[in-house]
Design a protein around this ligand. Sequence first.
Ligand code: MG
Length: 300
Amino acid sequence: MRKTLPSRVTVYEVGPRDGLQNEPTSVPTAAKVQFVNLLAAAGLPIVEVTSFVRPGSIPQLADAEDVLAQIDRAGETRFTALVPNQRGLDRAALGQLDGIALFTAASETFSRRNTNAGISETFERFEPVVRGATERGLWIRGYVSTAFGCPYEGDVAVEAVVRVSRYLVELGAEQVVVSDTIGVATPRQVMSVVDAVSMEIEPARIALHFHDTRGTALANVLAGLMLGISTFDSSAGGLGGCPYAPGAAGNVATEDLIYMLNGMDIESGVSLDRVVAASRFLSTVTGRMPSSRYYTAVSG
Ligand code: MG
């Protein structure tokens, strides 16, 4: 079902979290802080800064408290972090967060391998987290990972995506993030999954999270736009992946997304040049060229 394209889109930047958690080496804390500050200066309305998972499980983000404590909060950008459990919330609560992200999956095997908990068990863990976050006035989003395919189970039933999305909303998540963790989705699949989730949850509360592993991420964004979705996750430079999903490449690049939105007269409030500057800064730290096509085109 085709709807009018949204005139404005919220770009949710996940580079510092989804991107850096998959970097082979740890980026120094000061460089992460600088990267986040540059992203905020680019006008990104919301940046997922880090993750309060057990430091041993993702050593790249073990400095979560320090990064949060040091970022510049003078602007309008809101900052969030992934918070998997009560212990994570206790750590996160010491920093100044605007919101938290919960993380579960549409595939039972992925959930067990990724979080050592089945899907229903992740919901039990979430209950006190949601209570605590709500008491602190924090905004809550919930990721439904492997919504378009699982590295262990293959196809994922649309009904499972809908069920987990509904659980998250019933639990108290204000936004559900239908996520293509391993970058296998194609546009018609996006249409059928988003259509099904939209029957239960209004499109304004649905975000889409695509990885460009197989080159379909922007096509999938377009499919989402045509269904009236107006929040999209991306990472500066196309950083990203998933340490538990072997071979998963980066998120759709923020530069590539903004370039497409600009060309379609869809407002985002983000400065393309300044996102490029943030990516350029980070590439000097990691020593690797960003995979963003736009970045490559303007930096070549
Ligand atoms: Mg991801």
